[in-house]
Design a protein around this ligand. Structure first.
Ligand code: GLU
Length: 212
């Protein structure tokens, strides 16, 4: 299909988790290719390559994991994809986006981190909306920054794209826990459109490409 190309890289967290009904706990088991099976409509937004980068709960991530992530993301950038989505545990997601914002230098595509507050195997999971907004923004937005894409409200209205150095998790369980600090979000991502809220951002060269 003549659609933009997006890589989804999974690193673990609740978005990759299954509930263990014996203990009530969750463990990170699903990977990026499972997301495509569980959420096939992602393929209507972009041609997707899905890879597992790691399987960690984000509280277990160490600075060496940011280095690993940066290398994997750089590899995807070299493949000339139109955008990258990284799925990640929510507890340290904003530390990873800040670190990666400083570590990744040469790129002109959207690099979007997303996650979920409820595991993807629950009907009430926020994973599907977050993933589809993230893939839409990776495929269609012209913002060449490291960002988060998470629910903007507690309903499935829109997600907020927030700059990776300005985002913070403000609540343990709310869907709309990720908020910008000291600046507005960059954009709202609706199922049918992207609304830019803040014009101060680094732009992709997408408009110069024939296929978008
Ligand atoms: N603490 C886990 C993590 O950050 C689960 C939290 C989540 O992903 O929402 O990976």
């Amino acid at each position: 299909k003549n659609l933009p190309s997006v890589s989804i890289l999974s690193t673990g967290g609740t978005i990759s988790s299954k509930v263990d009904y014996r203990t009530g706990g969750v463990y990170a088991d699903y990977t990026a290719s499972d997301f495509l099976i569980m959420c096939p409509e992602l393929r209507d937004i972009a041609n997707i390559n899905a890879h597992k980068a790691m399987s960690l709960m984000s509280e277990d991530m160490l600075p060496r994991d940011w280095i690993g992530m940066a290398k994997i993301i750089e590899n995807e950038i070299k493949k000339k994809v139109d955008g990258i989505v990284v799925t990640h545990g929510t507890d340290t997601l904003h530390f990873s986006t800040a670190a990666l914002s400083f570590m990744l230098e040469e790129f002109n595509i959207p690099i979007i981190f997303t996650g979920s507050q409820r595991s993807i195997d629950r009907g009430s999971s926020d994973a599907f909306f977050n993933l589809s907004c993230a893939v839409k923004a990776a495929a269609q937005s012209d913002i060449a920054e490291v960002m988060t894409c998470m629910h903007g409200t507690s309903n499935d209205d829109y997600c907020l794209l927030i700059r990776g150095t300005k985002v913070r998790k403000m609540h343990t369980s709310r869907r709309d826990a990720f908020r910008p600090i000291n600046e507005t979000a960059l954009a709202k991502v609706y199922p049918d459109k992207i609304e830019i809220l803040n014009q101060e951002y680094k732009k992709t060269d997408r408009m110069n490409k024939s296929k978008v």
